[in-house]
Design a protein around this ligand. Structure first.
Ligand code: RTP
Length: 155
């Protein structure tokens, strides 16, 4: 169980292949943007098997592990790094619980998914894993540290 933190954190969010195939990329990115988090990395990427295995290495003894690796490598994913106060736990709340049938309406999985094995999005479960996963999925030059400026963009 994650408690909201007051620290600026970073988290790795990934739109899984079903989210890309179903045309949900804009919808999902939009939820994190509207919440107020800051995007620091973004790419469409065909994940090699070894990377999927490394990312989910804590689950390698689970019976569903081979299927999980097949799923994650079945088509392109959208890799994202997001930064913000309490972003790790907050992103998990926006995403909803693992089984979409139990996920609250209003969450990404609660609104957009049905099956645990097709739950459209991943989010890091701790600040440590946020850092680990961003380092795993992005090369240094692919991340962008930027300061939002206060401009009257729409004037
Ligand atoms: P994620 O890492 O993708 O954000 O998901 P999570 O923390 O909510 O869930 P976790 O337990 O870490 O499982 C990772 C992913 O494995 C797939 N899964 N399949 N019984 C099953 O068939 C099963 N259980 C888990 C899901 O795609 C889950 O998101």
């Amino acid at each position: 169980h994650l408690v909201a933190s007051l620290e600026v954190e970073e988290t790795y969010i990934m739109i899984k292949p079903d989210g890309v195939q179903r045309g949900l990329v804009g919808e999902i990115i939009s939820r994190f943007e509207r919440k107020g988090f800051q995007l620091t990395g973004l790419k469409l990427f065909q994940c090699p098997k070894e990377l999927a295995q490394e990312h989910y290495k804590d689950l390698q003894s689970k019976p569903f592990f081979p299927k999980l690796v097949d799923y994650i490598t079945s088509g392109p994913v959208v890799c994202m790094a997001w930064e913000g106060v309490g972003v790790v736990a907050s992103a998990r709340k926006l995403i909803g619980v693992t089984n979409p049938l139990n996920a609250e309406p209003g969450t990404i999985r609660g609104d957009l998914a049905v099956q645990t094995g097709r739950n459209v999005v991943h989010g890091s479960d701790s600040p440590e894993n946020g850092k680990r996963e961003i380092a795993l999925w992005f090369k240094e030059g692919e991340l962008c540290e930027w300061t939002p400026v206060q401009e009257p963009w729409l004037k």
